[in-house]
Design a binder for this molecule. Structure first.
Ligand SMILES: [Zn+2]
Length: 270
């Protein structure tokens, strides 16, 4: 979109990524006359290899944390189904500790990428962090509640499903900006497997318990089948997050070289 590294922004319309001001014809090394953001940030394009390397490093760490979270989730299901000989308390402590990972990953993924197009409210970043906080608070209430944990379980399951949708929408953007076909193809399938498994395995049994008026119990999905559903969804998601990790590791490397090259060229320019 620019005439090389030096010169003016081309005659085609180019909105400033910060404020949307049309930057055509302006000096590509200058700043936006409307908001003062560097014009170079808008001319780089939306491809992930041009993204801020610091943001990509954060996204890379987030993908590792998410892969561990889903892998631990799958292990918990295997333990529930066949038993791994671990004391129950150890597993609860490990999985409670891992509940922090989605929250940290959300904060990392929601951080600002200096090269991405601005989005108006509702801001997905704020939504994803808020849902992660609600989920972990409700989860802790379930684990440590001395009274009826049912409503907290319901809240925790709802927040988790909302969080899945929000975090996978951010991940889908990364896959699209990287133009990674495997990630783009599997992203929606993993999302709806997780949401479906959570709905059938966690939400539905709680709803049925709540509707248990006068001893009338609706038939529910058998416990072993619920664990199996959640196991498959978690294992699939862990695999996908590991693929995101590999993609982000490669792209971070490319982006570092991109930015390093541009800054050294700029230094050479008078
Ligand atoms: Zn601007």
């Amino acid at each position: 979109m620019t005439d090389g590294v030096t010169g003016a922004v081309s005659d085609e319309a180019l909105p400033c990524l910060e404020c949307g001001y049309d930057l055509r014809g302006l000096d590509a090394h200058g700043s936006c006359p409307e908001c003062g953001e560097l014009i170079a940030l808008s001319t780089r394009g939306n491809a992930l290899r041009n993204a801020d390397p610091l943001y990509l490093t954060r996204a890379h760490i987030a993908a590792i944390l998410l892969a561990v979270t889903f892998a631990v989730g799958a292990c918990v299901r295997i333990e529930r189904m066949i038993g791994l000989g671990l004391p129950g308390l150890v597993l609860i402590r490990i999985s409670t500790f891992c509940e922090l990972f989605p929250l940290i990953a959300s904060v990392l993924l929601a951080s600002r990428d200096a090269t991405a197009q601005r989005r108006d409210w509702p801001n997905r970043s704020q939504i994803v962090v808020a849902l992660a906080i609600v989920h972990i608070a409700a989860y802790l209430a379930v684990v440590y509640a001395t009274v009826d944990a049912g409503p907290y379980r319901l809240l925790s399951a709802f927040a988790l499903m909302g969080w899945y949708v929000a975090i996978f929408s951010i991940l889908r953007d990364l896959a699209e900006r990287a133009n990674d076909l495997t990630l783009k193809r599997h992203n929606p399938v993993v999302l709806w497997s997780l949401v479906g498994a959570a709905a059938l395995g966690e939400l539905l049994p709680e709803v049925i318990l709540l509707l248990n008026w006068g001893g009338f119990v609706l038939p529910t999905v058998p416990l072993a089948a619920r664990h199996f559903l959640l196991l498959v969804a978690d294992a699939y998601a862990a695999w996908l997050m590991w693929r995101y990790r590999a993609m982000l590791a490669g792209v971070t490397h490319e982006a570092r070289e991109n930015w390093g090259m541009h800054s050294s060229q700029q230094k050479l320019d008078p």
